[in-house]
Design a protein around this ligand. Structure first.
Ligand code: MN3
Length: 208
């Protein structure tokens, strides 16, 4: 992932085959989403920073945490495209072929797997237009679920991003058309809970 890397940022290859998440997420959607949409965010982020060498030593995480320190001319582009890169790196890394088990920490925090799913689905359906539903952790280690518009990232609100669910139409339109709820139900099958656990351990160590 690019989160701890600096300019120029890269298109990170998928950690699995394009069809690895079938039948829940189809190969055609994965190709467009990763090879086209994510690549555009990477290219636009690099273009935005190209003429600002003073930020070439900042990691993507730092850029998103300190948007207010950036010049106005590039702040919007970094928010949208830097968020686009971070959010998609994480979204793709935190999916895997079906069959993994939800970590106990999340089951306990939300009172059960189905209760967690209910809250995540509600946030994802409630996000009007484009955006993400997020499982986040605050500085005290408390887990919660939020929705953010467009490519906004929890780091910009002092929250640590644990698990994103992309609900932009490009994430599901080819297979599910307008049926966002069906796509959300499908995504629940392909969460990489092993990697989510890793992120929660890291959040616990570093705080947000
Ligand atoms: Mn997307």
């Amino acid at each position: 992932m690019n989160e701890h890397k600096t300019y120029p940022f890269e298109l990170i290859p998928l950690p699995y085959e394009y069809d690895a998440l079938e039948p829940y997420i189809d190969a055609a959607t994965m190709r467009f989403h990763h090879d086209k949409h994510l690549k555009t965010y990477v290219d636009n982020l690099n273009n935005a920073l190209k003429d600002y060498p003073e930020f070439h030593s900042w990691t993507l995480e730092e850029l998103l945490k300190k948007l207010d320190k950036l010049p106005e001319q590039i702040r919007g582009a970094v928010r949208n495209n830097g968020g686009g890169v971070y959010n998609h790196d994480l979204f793709f890394a935190l999916m895997a072929p079906p069959g993994q088990t939800m970590p106990k920490k999340i089951v306990d925090a939300f009172g059960g797997e189905s209760e967690w799913q209910k809250q995540m689905k509600s946030a994802a359906l409630g996000q009007f237009g484009s955006g993400f539903a997020w499982l986040v952790e605050d500085k005290l280690g408390k887990l919660s679920i939020i929705a953010l518009p467009n490519q906004d990232n929890p780091l910009s609100s002092s929250l640590f991003p644990i698990l994103p669910l992309d609900v932009w139409e490009h994430a599901y339109y080819l297979k599910y058309q307008n049926l966002r709820a069906n796509y959300i139900d499908a995504w629940f099958h392909v969460i990489n809970w092993t990697a989510v656990s890793e992120r929660m351990r890291r959040a616990g160590k570093t705080g947000s």
